[in-house]
Design a protein around this ligand. Structure first.
Ligand code: ZN
Length: 426
C-alpha cells in the first residue's frame, strides 16, 4: 500500500501562480492502466470490475487494486450492482469466465459531480459558453455573446465575462469550482495556447490567448481548433465512443473535417485551414469563390442560398430554402436531394482514403441531411465498389451547445489522461 501511495499522487491544487505559462493540471499521476481504467469507467460506466479485467486483459486482483486507488482519490464510486457480469455498451461476443457468470457485480461509475470545467466556442460572430461536469454534461444555462469588437483585449474581456457567468452557474449548482477553462475556435492554436490563425477575428499577429485568459480569470486555460475539439467530444462522450477510427464532416457556413483515432483527433500542421472544403464533389456543380467548379463549398449555407435563388429565379436566403422544404416545395426538394448526393460523394472520398469505421456528419445544417439520406447513400455508392460494405454514416444533431461542450471535453481528456511520464509502462 505504501508503494502505491508513492506512485499515485493527487495533482489538484498544484497550480503555479508565477505568471509563467503553467501546465494544464492533471487530476492525479499514476500508472497508464489507472488512467485508462478511469477513462473506461467514464465512457462505459456503470461497469463491473470483471468487465474491466476482460477489456484490459488484467487479472481481477490488478483491477481491484487500481479501482481501490481510484475510489481513494475520489475519481470513481460504487453505484449498486449490475445483474450479471455483462458488458454494457459493448458486445464483443466473448464468453464470460464460468466463475463470473450470474454473480451480481458491483457497478463502478465516475464521480462526475467531483469536477467541473468551462468550455467556450468562438464561431463566426458568436461566442457560446457552458459549464460542464466531469462527464461533459452541461451545468446550468449556456451563455452567449455577439462578438462585436475583435481586438485581442476586447475578446479577452468578453471571454472573461462569459467565464464568470459559467462560474456562477457552477456555484449555484453547488458543485466545486472549475478545474479548467478551454476555448475552441475556427483556426489554429500553437501548443494549445497561442492563436496563430483565426480569420474571423482578423488578428494580424499571434495572440497568447491562454496566458491572457489565465491571468484574467485565474484558471488554467487551453485553446483548440474547434473541429478537433468536436471530434474529441464525439470520441469520448458522443457518437464515436468505442470506435477505433471515425471521420467527422461538418456542414454549415463552411465545411469542416477531422479524423479521430482511438478517441483522439489526429493532429496536423494543416488543421484549421479547411482540409476538404474544396474537394471536387460534382463536375456540374456551381463555381466557388476560388473558381473551382463543383467543389465541396456547394454544401455551405451561402452556396445553397445562391443555388436556390438561381433555381427559383429570385434572391433568396438560406432561411427561405428551409421554409420551402417545410412546405415540400419541389424546387427545394430537388436542391436538397442534389446536396445530399454531393455530400455522399464527399463521404465516399473520406471513406475510401481514411478507412474510418464510421463517418459522422455534424454542423448547423446537418439535420437537413436526415431528410435526404437515400440521396446521401446514392452519392457514396457511386464512388464505392458494389461489393464494398456500406459506409456507416451517422447524421448528428447540429446542436450549438455541442460546440461549447467540445473544448471542455478536450480539457477533461487532458485532466484525466495524465502526463507523458505516467504513460510509461510500469
Ligand atoms: Zn472551391
Amino acid at each position: 500500500m505504501a508503494d502505491r501511495d508513492n506512485q499515485i499522487s493527487n495533482q489538484h491544487g498544484d497550480a503555479d501562480h508565477s505568471g509563467e505559462a503553467r501546465p494544464f493540471p492533471t487530476w492525479f499521476t499514476a500508472s497508464k492502466y489507472t488512467h485508462r481504467i478511469a477513462i473506461e469507467i467514464l465512457q462505459h460506466g456503470p461497469i463491473s470490475r470483471v468487465a474491466l479485467a476482460r477489456r484490459f486483459n488484467l487479472t481481477q486482483g490488478a483491477v481491484s487494486r487500481i479501482t481501490n486507488d481510484l475510489t481513494h482519490l475520489g475519481v470513481i464510486r460504487e453505484a449498486g450492482t449490475l445483474p450479471q457480469a455483462d458488458e454494457p455498451g459493448r458486445q464483443d461476443g466473448r464468453k464470460h469466465s464460468s466463475s463470473s457468470v450470474g454473480r451480481p457485480q458491483q457497478a463502478l461509475v465516475i464521480r462526475r459531480e467531483a469536477k467541473t470545467f468551462i468550455g467556450i466556442n468562438l464561431h463566426g460572430g458568436t461566442a457560446l459558453a457552458t459549464a460542464t461536469d466531469l462527464a461533459c454534461r452541461p451545468v446550468g444555462r449556456s451563455h452567449s455573446h455577439h462578438i462585436r469588437q475583435r481586438s485581442p483585449g476586447q475578446v479577452v474581456r468578453m471571454l472573461s465575462d462569459l467565464t464568470q457567468d459559467c462560474v456562477r452557474e457552477i456555484s449555484q449548482a453547488g458543485l466545486p469550482s472549475p478545474s479548467g477553462l478551454a476555448i475552441s475556435l475556427g483556426g489554429r492554436a500553437e501548443r494549445d495556447r497561442v492563436v496563430t490563425y483565426a480569420p474571423f477575428l482578423h488578428w494580424s499577429e499571434p495572440v497568447d490567448l491562454a496566458t491572457q485568459m489565465e491571468s484574467t480569470c485565474d484558471l488554467p486555460c487551453l485553446v483548440f481548433n474547434d473541429l478537433d475539439a468536436l471530434a474529441l467530444y464525439e470520441g469520448w462522450f458522443g457518437e464515436g465512443i468505442g470506435l477505433d477510427r471515425f471521420a467527422l464532416i461538418t456542414m454549415g457556413s463552411g465545411i469542416g473535417y477531422a479524423l479521430s483515432e482511438r478517441g483522439m483527433p489526429v493532429s496536423s500542421p494543416d488543421e484549421g485551414f479547411g482540409l476538404i472544403g474544396h474537394q471536387l464533389v460534382d463536375p456540374d456543380g456551381p463555381v466557388c469563390y476560388l473558381g473551382h467548379r463543383g467543389c465541396a463549398q456547394c454544401l455551405t449555407t451561402g452556396s445553397l442560398a445562391e443555388q436556390y435563388s438561381h433555381a427559383i429565379g429570385q434572391a433568396a436566403g438560406f432561411d427561405k430554402l428551409v421554409k420551402d422544404l417545410e412546405e415540400d416545395m419541389p424546387q427545394a426538394e430537388t436542391l436538397l436531394n442534389l446536396t445530399g448526393y454531393r455530400l455522399g460523394v464527399l463521404i465516399a472520398l473520406v471513406a475510401n482514403v481514411a478507412l474510418p469505421d464510421k463517418v459522422l456528419v455534424g454542423g448547423e445544417t446537418s439535420y437537413l441531411m436526415k431528410r435526404c439520406i437515400e440521396s446521401v447513400r446514392k452519392g457514396t455508392a457511386s464512388f464505392r465498389h458494389s461489393q464494398m460494405v456500406e459506409v456507416p454514416v451517422k447524421i448528428i444533431d447540429g446542436d450549438w451547445l455541442r460546440w461549447a461542450q467540445a473544448p471542455a471535453a478536450r480539457a477533461i481528456a487532458r485532466y484525466l489522461q495524465g502526463s507523458e511520464e505516467a504513460d510509461k509502462p510500469e
